[in-house]
Design a binder for this molecule. Structure first.
Ligand SMILES: NC(=O)c1ccc[n+]([C@@H]2O[C@H](COP(=O)([O-])OP(=O)(O)OC[C@H]3O[C@@H](n4cnc5c(N)ncnc54)[C@H](OP(=O)(O)O)[C@@H]3O)[C@@H](O)[C@H]2O)c1
Length: 349
């Protein structure tokens, strides 16, 4: 919906000659998008109108959920990408002109107007962030909070639990495993998509055990890694890994369903959790969640995240893609498992 007070309102006419690049949705894919479903557009960048701010984006986040937003019915609680229009997503940028007293030139801001080099919108669309909080601006993206809320509030992690995390070499999974350990988990197990990623989990992130989900059956690999069963499963994937986790869960185990990468990476529906009698017999809890319902944990998590990064007890790795024009291809590569850690796009040189 576009109203005159919306931060997403269309650009006003420009008095300058500045232009910027944006990525638009060119066609709606029937399954996984291809680079041809996106279009690079050069658009005029207006001066900010009263109440507005002009921001030059420095980094934008790539999230597998963006693939879902290209579909007619995304199946997630977020507006889909519209045909012929610029996409959106988390970004961090610098104010280059402001017609609103609460934000000044040079301020660093986090916002949702990614997939474009310049964002012009009402000041309410931007959140000023502390330049000194993190070594890298991309750390202001909210993926860490997803891991924290999913483990502590949704899965009700307890000291002594054995925790299994899927897509553990990715952005959220890598932090989920490390946070579980910091919060007292007795054993942390991860799955990932290559031998190199498996080594990354045990050697760099400190997982106790890890396996390659391609070297299935996943059920056998998980039983080997968790001979005494698992108490918490942080599920980024669904499909075979969810079914295996249900089999290996201990009684009263808790599953936090964070994502559905088995579906997101193929565009095909998931086969689901399998025989629910096992869920009944073991009194398991399986809870889907969206981080937006847990924003009250943001300050608490932010403090922990900053402190632990500073003291080196949390590891954060990112893959940086250079240039907006490479972002559509990188999004598709991301869901296919090409990258490790958090994947971000660096904009504007
Ligand atoms: N609930 C929420 O509020 C919330 C918020 C943000 C994001 N999410 C969701 O959380 C999940 C993780 O996001 P992320 O940013 O951390 O992504 P990510 O794990 O960094 O990246 C995607 C990874 O998916 C894995 N993958 C792809 N197809 C797979 C398959 N068939 N089976 C197993 N793994 C597969 C690949 O890893 P391998 O190479 O290891 O296979 C790839 O690296 C996504 O589903 C995302 O949409 C949820």
């Amino acid at each position: 919906m576009t109203t005159s007070s919306s931060p997403f309102r269309p650009y006003a006419p420009s008095s300058n000659s500045r232009t910027g690049l944006e990525i638009h949705l060119a066609s709606r894919p029937s399954g996984l998008p291809t680079p041809d479903d996106f279009r690079l557009a050069e658009v005029p960048v207006p001066d900010p109108a009263p109440g507005q701010v002009l921001v030059r984006n420095l980094y934008m986040s790539l999230d597998p959920g963006m693939v879902l937003l290209t579909a007619e019915h995304p199946g997630v609680p977020a507006p889909r990408y519209e045909l012929g229009e610029v996409l959106y997503g988390d970004a961090v940028g610098e104010v280059v002109a402001s017609a609103e007293p609460s934000l000044a030139e040079g301020d660093l801001v986090a916002h949702r107007l990614g997939w474009r080099e310049y964002a012009v919108a009402g000041a309410e669309a931007f959140r000023k962030v502390d330049r000194t909080a993190y070594p890298n601006p991309s750390l202001h993206f909210g993926f860490g909070l997803v891991a924290y809320a999913g483990l502590l509030r949704v899965a009700e992690l307890k000291p002594g639990d054995t925790v299994f995390v899927s897509s553990a070499a990715g952005a959220i999974g890598g932090l989920a495993g490390q946070i579980a350990r910091l919060m007292g988990a007795a054993r942390v197990i991860g799955s990932a998509g290559s031998a190199e990623k498996v080594r990354y989990l045990t050697e760099r992130l400190g997982f106790d055990a890890a396996f390659d989900h391609h070297e299935g059956p996943v059920l056998d690999r998980l039983r080997e890694a968790a001979p005494d069963g698992i108490d918490v499963y942080f599920d980024n994937v669904g499909g075979e890994q969810l079914r295996a986790a249900i089999e290996v869960m201990n009684p009263h185990g808790r599953i936090a369903v964070c994502g559905a990468l088995a579906r997101q990476s193929t565009g095909r529906p998931d086969e689901g959790p399998g025989d629910l009698l096992t869920v009944v017999g073991k009194r398991l809890t399986l809870r889907g969640f969206t981080v937006r319902d847990h924003m009250d944990l943001a300050a608490e998590f932010g403090e922990l995240f900053r402190d632990r990064l500073r003291e080196g007890s949390l590891v954060y790795d990112e893959t940086v893609i250079d240039g907006l024009r490479n972002a559509p291809r990188a999004l598709i590569d991301l869901v296919r498992g090409a990258y490790t850690g958090k994947t971000v796009v660096r904009l504007g040189g």
